[in-house]
Design a protein around this ligand. Structure first.
Ligand code: ZN
Length: 247
């Protein structure tokens, strides 16, 4: 892409308003912390959108000017309007918008709609250690990341994670309590790209961790649309003439 990648960071933005201890970690919201980091990186422009804005901040104008949409939600997945989910679904599968789904957004309407499974998992809040192993060292999302990195205190997510087999698996997590988890998963749907990245529980300063932010930046560059003929917004079978003479 020969112009800056336009990123919209979406957050339901409720925990930060309800819980002072979370507001202390993210005074400008989780979306604010992620957008602030991305804004300082070359070739990336950011904006933010939140649940309580009209159309959840995802108007046609915003989506027309979004190459990559980052999604964080937890306590209000059911408050997201189905019409907005459908609009985002067609933008993603049409190849116009890349989607990055963070942490508890495994249960978001848009992720479940795109994957078609329950996206359920095991979890535990015990502030334990997580070690994320890079299992695809040649993958662009692993650029600049060592063999593994660690998050000292986090919420545990464990298998079985009810997702379709990822098209590419970039990270696998180990947790101090013994579980493992597919933490960095790439999916191709239609013409679009989706990356699920596990870290990010709201009571820990995980989106201030430089390695976590670097992975999100790498994912933005990977998920950005590639130049293609006009995106198909509604997939359909097309009857075509042969390129060669068949007679
Ligand atoms: Zn969480």
């Amino acid at each position: 892409m020969n112009r800056p990648i336009q990123v919209t960071v979406w957050n339901e933005f409720l925990h930060e308003k309800k819980h002072p201890e979370i507001a202390r970690i993210y005074p400008d919201g989780i979306h604010g912390a992620i957008a602030e980091y991305l804004r300082s990186q070359p070739g990336i422009k950011t904006r933010t959108a939140t649940l309580e804005q009209p159309e959840h901040g995802l108007t046609d104008d915003v989506l027309d000017n979004t190459d990559v949409l980052i999604w964080w939600g937890h306590m209000a997945h059911d408050k997201v309007e189905d019409a907005v989910v459908e609009k985002v679904y067609h933008r993603v599968t049409g190849g116009g918008v890349g989607l990055i789904v963070l942490h508890s957004a495994h249960y978001s309407k848009i992720f479940r709609r795109l994957l078609g499974t329950s996206c359920s998992l095991r979890w535990r809040e015990a502030a334990e250690k997580e070690r994320l192993w890079v299992v695809s060292p040649g993958h662009p999302i692993a650029e600049g990341i060592g063999d593994y990195f660690e998050i000292e205190h986090t919420e545990m997510y464990g298998e079985f994670f009810d997702i379709p087999a990822p098209d590419e698996l970039v990270f696998v997590s180990w947790f101090q309590g013994g579980e493992v988890f597919r933490s960095g998963c790439c999916f191709y749907r239609g013409k679009g790209k989706i990356f699920y990245f596990r870290p990010g529980h709201e009571t820990f300063p995980i989106y201030h961790n430089p390695t976590v932010l670097k992975v999100i930046e790498n994912a933005v560059r990977w998920a950005a649309p590639v130049e293609r003929p006009k995106p198909l917004t509604i997939p359909k079978a097309v009857n075509v003439k042969p390129l060669e003479n068949l007679s």
